[in-house]
Design a protein around this ligand. Sequence first.
Ligand code: GLO
Ligand code: MG
Length: 343
Amino acid sequence: MQTNYRFSFGPWNIHTGSDPFGPSVRDVFSFAEKLEFYKKLGFDGVQFHDDDVVSSADAPWAQQENEAKKIKQLLDDHGLVAEFVAPRLWEHPLGIDGSITANSPEARKYALERSLRAVDIANIIGAKNIVLWPAREGTYMREAKDPVASIGYIVDWLNALLQHDKNIRILGEMKPNEPMDQAYVPTVGHFLGLASLTVDPSRVGALIESAHSILAGLDPSDDMAYALYQKKLWSVHLNDQNGLKFDEDKSFGSVDLRRAFNQVWVLERNGYGQNGEFVGLDVKALRTQEKAKSTRHLSNSREIFLRLVDLCRSLDVKKVEELRASRDYEELDLLIVNHLMGR
Ligand code: GLO
Ligand code: MG
């Protein structure tokens, strides 16, 4: 059965171009304007941080509940669905030294209470997935925190969320560094190891971002395969990355087409998307892009993904198997490169 892929992105993927070295270069699009783009660009799923849904995660709950209901209505009006909610713990004053793994008990308490509310927000907007991107759960220097206790705090956090709601699933989006020097639980392998220690491992899985695997010196398609085998690849953040530097969030396939092809191939061959999983694109427009054209990176990434799906479907798989059997990987190399070049 051929997969009919559905695509998603988050409001942060249409941004004003600011970076650590300079301010905004494009006026902001309002959330309502961003929603209008989804269908036009070929997207059906919206990814949210908790405070993309509510104006402040610290507002009284009655207000947050009200705001979340309005967002749900807006989504319904646009024929869109919410894919996940991620508690944005890393921008809050109480998250300066990390949240889940902060040394301060007060900060850890805040992180947990806010995350439980993120689950409640997810329920209101109809999302069953909670994403954990543990941005500041790590250290700038090794001596700053107790590394063993920190792993325990993460397991405790997972358990508390799983117990708070018996239906939600938690997807770890692991990244080895940035903003921290070293993140705890830096790869999908580390995270799924911890998943097995929780009260309900069947509800703990992964979201794999291409750039995060690359930053860990790993191949994204192999990371995806590792999670796919365990039936735990529940979302992806496809993008591209030019080597070991800051997380660039470049358009999918724009740096290494063959690496992108291999990600699509492993997804396509293993039925990714057939249980409702979205193809998420965590891409950012280049700072140089003018506002009127600052959504092209999304439609371009989607187009490249779909063209690579076509290439997966037209690949001479029998030939691939023959070359594997005869161990003629030089010929296999040429077959793939020629195929990517349209020959
Ligand atoms: C940063 C992450 C970030 C997350 C988002 C959802 O490196 O990729 O963009 O995907 O906050 O959790
Ligand atoms: Mg991401």
